[in-house]
Ligand binder design. Structure first.
Ligand SMILES: [Zn+2]
Length: 422
């Protein structure tokens, strides 16, 4: 074991050496992380403290804990981020085009595994993928420790509103149960097409059936909804609204009253379409000409204005979700910058939206999203202070998930036990 830890250290992957140690050791592994600044994920800040991790969990916050294994002083330490809305399996195909399955299955599998890796390296330790049947083997491989990646929750197949053809309430209920049987962690519903075509494609009765059956099955519901569909999904008791643009202040107040989460977007999704328009043009759901993408630019201010309005609604729970798909995996944190710089969201609120609030929206607040004893040791560190300079979110230099260190490249942040101690 020592041999491999030394080899990995020479290769500059001390963290991996640590990871291998934890996976192969039968004894309890104890790790102490020293930090000068810890954002606790709930809006609090701890100074000059130490986080004690045993196996996969945080067991104590103890400023005197010894020996220190990872010295992260000078960095900002916080819980691993949660992205409420990604499409982890979506990639550019071999021909460079969006969604083109292109290559052989093994090539696609590597692409999907790579999406998971870059997402984890960017500091996202949990993502909700909404969804694709291809998420399932990836989720399970990561869960079993066979591949590195974020913890994945998936919707598997989505319920797409198609008017009457969506199905009778009974058929919709059967669809929900089928997803659960397939292994879904949540149900994703498309209530309408887009901000440009916001007419409802699913009735109130159909939505009621979907969200009620999901609740009975113990599953949450995420509804892709614009305009009137926001109110309809809220009335149906669905868990979370994705996008939400064109909802009125009254709709948003109703969401706040009913405790419905809102997951709006401030930019990454659009920036990515525009930056990669040659890869999206002519693929299903996208303009057939490059000129057609000009309209997207004009949508960005509409999303910003919507988020600014939503921020002002008392009690409305706004979570962090990027809609990361082909081209955007690993760049999820850009959404923080857009939210703070372009919309004016308070940086601490932005962090909490991807930590404890994000965890609550997943029904996992007792497991992830905070730095506290009893929770999973999902801990990241940034080179910089995101509260003063939000672009620090681009500089993730340390990533631990479930007590295993996957990245440790900060200045002076040498893992003592893996690389220095004799
Ligand atoms: Zn999406």
């Amino acid at each position: 074991m020592r041999f491999w830890r030394v080899v990995l250290s020479i290769l500059g992957v001390c963290g991996l050496a640590q990871g291998i140690k934890s996976e192969s050791s039968l004894q309890t592994q104890r790790i102490v992380i020293a930090a000068s600044v810890v954002l606790d994920g709930k809006g609090g800040v701890l100074h000059d403290s130490r986080i004690v991790v045993e196996d996969s969990k945080i067991v104590a916050i103890d400023p005197k804990a010894l020996p220190v294994d990872y010295d992260l002083r000078g960095l900002t330490v916080l819980p691993g981020w949660i992205d409420a809305h990604v499409h982890i399996a979506w990639s550019f195909g071999k021909d460079g085009k969006n969604g083109s399955p292109g290559g052989a299955p093994e090539e696609v599998a590597y692409q999907v595994a790579s999406n998971a890796w870059v997402t984890l390296m960017a500091g996202f330790t949990t993502v909700q993928s909404v969804g694709s049947p291809a998420d399932l083997p990836l989720r399970d491989a990561i869960r079993e420790g066979l591949l590195p990646g974020p913890r994945i929750l998936t919707a598997v197949e989505t319920l797409t509103g198609r008017g009457e053809q969506t199905g009778t309430p009974d058929e919709i209920r059967a669809f929900v149960r089928k997803q659960k049987d397939a292994g879904a962690d949540l149900i994703k519903i498309f209530a309408n097409y887009s901000v440009r075509r916001p007419e409802m494609m699913i009735s109130q009765e159909q939505l009621n059936a979907a969200c009620d059956e999901a609740r009975k099955q113990g599953l949450r519901t995420l509804v892709h909804a614009y305009k009137d569909a926001v109110r309809a999904a809220t009335l149906a008791g669905c868990t979370e609204i994705e996008h939400g643009v064109l909802a009125t202040d009254d709709d948003l107040k109703l969401m706040a009253e009913k405790g419905t989460y809102l997951d709006p977007q401030a930019g990454v999704v659009w920036e990515n379409y525009l930056a990669n328009k040659e890869k999206f043009v002519g693929t299903p759901g996208f303009p057939n000409s490059l000129e057609g993408f000009a309209g997207m630019q004009s949508l960005i201010p509409i999303y910003h204005e919507f988020m600014r309005r939503a921020m002002k609604i008392e009690g409305l729970k706004i979570v962090f979700g990027t809609d990361a798909l082909a081209g955007a995996h690993g760049r999820n944190a850009e959404e923080f910058i857009d939210r703070v710089r372009d919309v004016g969201i308070d940086p601490m609120e932005a962090m909490v939206s991807a930590n404890s609030l994000g965890a609550r929206a997943l029904g996992m607040a007792d497991q992830i999203g905070s730095i506290a004893p009893g929770l999973q040791a999902d801990i990241i560190a940034l080179d910089g202070d995101p509260l003063k300079d939000i672009t620090a979110v681009r500089r993730v230099v340390f990533v631990m998930k479930g007590g295993v260190v996957y990245k440790n490249v900060g200045r002076g942040a040498i893992p003592v036990n893996a690389c220095v101690q004799p």
